[in-house]
Design a protein. Structure first.
Ligand code: 5AD
Length: 466
């Protein structure tokens, strides 16, 4: 493969003159207006960032399209959290390059965390990529499209602590549940994690902006607001903490439900727990990443809590909010994890009995603290065995917990037709369990009482209680 010449690194908006800080620094006439297709990989934060990118592009005269065949620009909004996330995008790029060779003028861009992680190395791996843009540079998208149209590739990789996009209106698909970014970046520095390096330092969006956003979302018909941040509960805008934010969002007229993801256990303050306990709109559900049940492993991960402290936090949450549903993230095979460490994770999961869990094999990421200073020494086959063991354990626990709901009645927010049967709706309980039931005369957006008559590992099945 032929290397491209070295490319200019454009600065993000903070280094532009004040007059150019808004989005539309690149004028677009009808000829240069583009049809942009955005394909999103990874977490909900990326989904939310894609909505932001759509807002920025639309504000400057471009349009987003929902059919990739109509696109003259394809932007992949990518993830860097594990190696396989990046492999998937490289494969996708190779596929898109076939179309580019056929069509000639197709613009291909890689945005988001993988762009920030691989930087100009991405252009060496995929020289047909026209645009590489990290999460703090999206304001430059219109300018970048102009630049690449005139033949120059564009790199936008400056991280910018002041960039919170608070003034940009994202474009969301119509719906029931809206994802609202309340914080960007991360200051935690867990040794396994690439996020602080690709998303920069933590910054919170002012509470007033967020409550105004939520008023607009309610007017647009959204019923449930999900607050997003890398360590969402470390939110602080200088005057208000996360508990205060929860109350303020919940009190916006018309908000039926509020959730948030993902909190850090070390920031599970009384202010947060009080809001969860006492604010009726705040759902009784918490995704609380544990990562490991072994204190020495947690120390090497720099998680800043011990296994015992996590156990005590769960006790406290269950005492204050007895109906709370808990889910978690677990990594197996982290650097130096012994069989005994792993058994502690297994045992803690068996004791706590999470409603559900996302479980991963440790993936060494270049640039992280673990990559620099710890050895990725658990063999791949051993990582796989440990992963399979906790998956089997968790499947049993989830099935048991769901089975125990049979005979109870749950309040369910109706989200739309069930994928398998158009005569049925699907929706989520307050505890975030997927529930399927016959439609009767309920409407999408209603909250209905559903009597549960059976359950699988991942779904509750019932009917609307008369
Ligand atoms: N390897 C495996 N899993 C990881 N996660 C983050 N970094 C890594 C990594 N290097 C997992 C953590 C985190 C979730 C979003 O992804 O469990 O909570």
């Amino acid at each position: 493969m032929k290397d491209k010449p070295s490319l200019p690194i454009y600065n993000s908006h903070s280094s532009l003159p004040q007059s150019e800080m808004s989005v539309s620094s690149a004028s677009v006439n009808e000829q240069s207006a583009r049809n942009v297709y955005i394909e999103t990989y990874g977490c909900q934060m990326n989904v939310s960032d894609s909505e932001l990118m759509a807002g920025i592009l639309t504000q400057s005269g471009h349009q987003t399209v929902s059919n990739i065949d109509d696109a003259d620009v394809i932007l992949l909004n990518t993830c860097a959290i594990r190696e396989n996330a990046e492999t998937k995008v490289i494969n996708r790029l190779e596929h898109l390059n076939h179309r580019k060779r056929r069509e000639g003028n197709l613009i291909i861009g890689v945005c988001g965390c993988m762009a920030q992680h691989l930087r100009d190395k991405l252009l060496k791996a995929a020289p047909y990529v026209d645009l590489v843009m990290g999460p703090d540079a999206y304001r430059n998208l219109p300018m970048a499209l102009n630049a690449v149209a005139s033949g120059d590739p564009f790199l936008g990789l400056q991280l910018d602590k002041s960039e919170d996009y608070a003034d940009i209106a994202p474009i969301r698909k119509e719906g029931i549940r809206a994802w609202l970014t309340i914080q960007r970046g991360c200051d935690k520095m867990c040794t396994f994690c690439i996020v602080p390096f690709v998303r920069g330092r933590e910054r919170s969006i002012p509470l007033k902006n967020l409550t105004d956003d939520v008023k607009r979302l309610v007017d647009e018909g959204f019923k449930e607001i999900v607050l997003l941040g890398q360590t969402v509960n470390s939110y602080h805008d200088g005057s208000h903490d996360f508990g205060e934010l929860l109350w303020s969002i919940a009190e916006v007229e018309g908000v039926e439900r509020v959730r948030f993801t993902s909190p850090h256990p070390a920031d599970a303050t009384d202010s947060m727990i009080d809001a969860m306990e006492n604010c009726p709109q705040v759902c009784k559900q918490l995704h609380l990443p544990l990562q490991s049940g072994s204190t020495p492993v947690l120390e090497r991960m720099r998680r800043t809590y011990t296994a015992e402290e996590y156990r005590e936090l769960v006790l406290k949450l269950r005492e204050r909010i007895p109906q709370i549903a808990l889910s978690t993230d677990i990594i197996v095979g982290f650097c130096g994890e012994t069989e005994q460490d792993f058994m502690q994770t297994y045992q803690l999961m068996a004791d706590i009995r999470f409603d559900s869990a996302f479980m991963f094999k440790y993936s060494d990421r270049e640039g992280t603290l673990a990559n620099k200073s710890l050895e990725d020494d658990v063999p791949e086959t051993e990582k796989a065995r440990r992963l399979n063991e906790i998956i089997a354990l968790q499947e049993n626990i989830s099935a048991d917990i769901n089975q125990a709901t049979v005979g109870t009645t749950a309040s369910v927010l109706v989200e739309g037709d069930s994928r398998r049967d158009a005569e049925q709706y699907h929706g989520k309980t307050d505890t975030f369990k997927t529930t399927v039931f016959p439609k009767e005369d309920a409407q999408v957006g209603d909250i209905v009482n559903v009597k549960i008559h059976s359950a699988t590992t991942h779904t509750l099945i019932g009917e609307i209680a008369g």
